[in-house]
Write a protein that binds this ligand. Structure first.
Ligand code: GTP
Ligand code: MG
Length: 221
């Protein structure tokens, strides 16, 4: 079961300050927030479903699915049995810190170790707004092309982890994994880059280890 909430963008003078406030509240409550971003259809929900299956017995997970419309993704996540809500952004192509705050209030973070925000599918707008998440991760999928770091540099700069998804279809595309990796690292030398297939499960172990470590570090900080 899940509920659908309409969240509204209010004009906040300083999104960065609001984002810091969100992080402080998360810290106090012992909740790690991951902001997951990508273009539409890169595989966020599919990857998240696998991630939840691997982690749900060791930590309490809550998910916020943000979309302009529909409850398709909340529906998919609710089948894993974790707490999930659907947020409607009223046409906005991203969430800012205040909207994320509204979402977290509706989700209820009490007792949640790992909260995930699946942001609206878009490589442009979500990169411009700090949501208050502890870490940002992005997915780039093989069919989108290896030139995306060149075209959407900010997204690659604000994320600590890049998942290159759909590697099961690499043989059918001219996607150059090494070229993509070096373009991303040029923008963000500290970025963790993990090729995965959310379909076959390849690479998911490495991603889950990375995420588990981030949650642990945040709780111990
Ligand atoms: N071949 C292949 N298909 C995948 C993989 N991951 C996801 N897909 C497919 O890609 C499509 C989109 O996946 P979603 O998980 O819905 O993508 P999303 O990023 O959540 O999409 P939005 O929420 O609409 O932005 C679905 O048909 C998935 O089955 C993968 O690793 N390999
Ligand atoms: Mg989705």
């Amino acid at each position: 079961m899940y509920k659908v909430y309409e969240i509204k963008q209010r004009v906040f003078a300083d999104n960065d300050r609001e984002a810091d406030r969100v992080r402080e509240e998360l810290k106090t409550g012992g909740t790690f927030l991951l902001n997951l971003m990508s273009s539409p259809g890169a595989g966020k929900t599919t990857m998240l479903t696998r991630t939840i299956e691997m982690l749900k017995d060791e930590m309490r997970i809550g998910v916020m699915e943000a979309d302009i419309d529909s409850a398709v993704d909340a529906d998919a996540i609710s089948r894993t049995g974790v707490k999930v809500i659907q947020l409607h952004t009223g046409g906005m192509c991203h969430l800012d810190a205040d909207m994320t705050h509204q979402g977290l209030e509706q989700l209820g973070t009490g007792g949640i170790d790992l909260a995930v925000l699946e942001n609206v599918g878009n490589l442009v707008c979500p990169a411009e707004f700090d949501t208050g998440a502890v870490k940002n991760a992005m997915i780039l999928s093989v069919p989108e092309g290896d030139d995306k770091p060149l075209k959407y540099p900010l997204m690659f700069q604000v994320c600590q982890c890049l998942l290159i998804n759909k590697i099961d279809v690499l043989p059918y595309f001219d996607f150059d994994l090494e070229a993509c990796r070096s373009r991303a690292l040029k923008l963000n030398p500290d970025m963790k880059i993990i090729p995965i297939s959310a379909r076959t499960g390849e690479g998911i172990d490495e991603w889950v280890s990375w995420l588990r470590e981030q949650v642990r570090e945040w709780k111990e900080k």
